[in-house]
Design a binder for this molecule. Structure first.
Ligand SMILES: [Zn+2]
Length: 69
């Protein structure tokens, strides 16, 4: 008595319509574009570059960085 025999006992029989295997292509094109990191002034919301420590718009030093996925 094998595993397949056991499964056929537990599951409803559908011998004429075998269930197709789910393709293992879980990685889509959206996943290929990796995580984008955005750096933004917390005071005024201006987008700045990664190495910016002071906002060019409002001269604030609160630069926050977060990732968009
Ligand atoms: Zn700012």
């Amino acid at each position: 008595m094998g595993l397949a025999n056991l499964l056929s006992t537990l599951l409803p029989a559908s011998d004429s319509d075998p269930e197709p295997e789910t393709p293992a292509t879980a990685t889509t094109a959206e996943d290929a574009t990796s995580t984008d990191v955005v750096h933004e002034c917390r005071s005024c919301g201006t987008n700045v570059s990664a190495d910016t420590v002071r906002c060019p718009a409002c001269d604030g030093e609160d630069i926050v960085s977060y990732s968009i996925d």
